[in-house]
Design a protein around this ligand. Structure first.
Ligand code: HEC
Ligand code: HEC
Length: 312
């Protein structure tokens, strides 16, 4: 998996990497699926067929005719391409899941990591579309950019039938983040971010130098009880997207179902962007030197101390 953990700033490299991962993973899924008699590569077992029918009978009663056609088309897509990992019942327990270190999402819990809606909300369709299109680096989730838009939209409708929360809750409006200020990535901003990184306790999980080796790192689990490793800023590829806006969104909303908290509301907009500056500095995506950042750190710490005293 070594090639997965390198930094690939260029989108087309990411794209190519995703395509390769997809090819490998589809192969693995099919091998696993044939072994376990799953959809996509072999017809459904009688038991799986019965489960699928039961789910459909329940959902069928609660949606309009047009919506049902949409969902039913999505079911085909899902059972062909997704169920091998995410499971026929959407519980994340497809036949391939046993051999995956990062487990496929359990859609019955309706907890999603990559959202642009307020923390604790369901994702927007655009969020699901973005993740499905790009895939999730540092996991086996392939990018489906070659899948038709219609199929992607249909499969999104189907995924939403696995939890009744989608029927109970009204869709939440996306937070509408602004674009990055010009100073994001500057040495001064990275230095302020560095001070905040320690002050906000990012070090507990991500470690002093961002290697993902903080004191709590070894003990972390996700909502399914699976061991989860904090991001290593020095060599990891970001799951939620590599643009500065994606990083901002990630720690604004947190990653639901994981120990990664939502910080957005705690900090001012500028403070959030300073943290982004420090993250991209750690990731080696800025041109600023270590000594430039160090020079600003003392000044940044000093300014913040004054601000705190002033607001007391
Ligand atoms: C090879 C296995 C595999 C296949 C095939 C696969 N996924 Fe995934 N998927 C994963 C894994 C693993 C994760 C969890 C990634 C993580 O949490 O880091 C995931 C996560 C997701 C998420 C959650 C995103 C979030 O915000 O939390 C969605 C949505 C998703 N997959 C949709 C799909 C759809 C739709 C398909 C079929 C078109 C599909 N997946 C096929 C492995 C797979
Ligand atoms: C309690 C532990 C914990 C704390 C505290 C924490 N994180 Fe995380 N963080 C995680 C875990 C675990 C992941 C990996 C989630 C995954 O792989 O799905 C993560 C992932 C990330 C990512 C990568 C997201 C991506 O797209 O892959 C970024 C960026 C990040 N954290 C930034 C921060 C910043 C900045 C802070 C402090 C303001 C912070 N984290 C505090 C646990 C933590």
């Amino acid at each position: 998996m070594g090639f997965l953990t390198q930094i690939h700033p260029a989108n087309e490299v990411n794209e190519r990497m995703n395509n390769n991962v997809r090819k490998i993973m589809i192969f693995i899924v099919c091998v696993a699926a044939v072994a376990a008699a799953s959809p996509g590569c072999k017809p459904l077992s009688a038991e799986d067929e019965a489960t699928a029918k039961k789910i459909n009978a329940v959902k069928r009663a609660s949606v309009s005719e047009a919506e049902w056609t949409h969902i039913f088309a999505g079911k085909e897509v899902y059972e062909t391409y997704c169920a091998g990992c995410h499971g026929i019942k959407g519980d994340g327990k497809g036949p391939a899941s046993a051999m995956l270190a990062v487990k496929p999402r359990n859609f019955t819990k309706a907890l999603f990591k990559f959202i642009s809606t307020p923390p604790g909300s369901l994702p927007s369709d655009a969020d699901l579309h973005r993740t499905i299109t790009r895939g999730v680096p540092r996991s086996s989730m392939p990018g489906w950019s070659l899948m038709s838009e219609t199929d992607r939209s249909n499969v999104i409708a189907y995924i939403k039938t696995f939890s009744d929360l989608w029927l109970k809750r009204k869709p939440t409006s996306p937070l509408g983040f602004g674009s990055a200020p010009a100073w994001v990535g500057s040495a001064r901003s990275a230095a302020i971010g560095k001070v905040m990184y320690a002050r906000m306790g990012c070090t507990n999980c991500h470690g002093q130098s961002g290697l993902g080796d903080g004191p709590s790192a070894a003990t972390l689990t996700d909502n399914e009880g699976q061991k989860i490793i904090p991001f290593n800023f020095r060599e990891g590829v970001l799951k939620g997207g590599s643009r500065v806006e994606d990083i901002y969104r990630t720690f604004y909303t947190g990653l639901a179902g994981t120990p990664m908290p939502a910080y957005g509301g705690l900090l001012s907009d500028d403070e959030n962007w300073h943290l982004v500056s420090y993250v991209i500095y750690l990731m080696g995506k800025t041109k600023v030197s270590d000594s430039d950042v160090s020079n600003y750190v003392l000044a940044a710490a000093d300014t913040m101390r004054h601000q705190q005293t002033a607001t007391k």
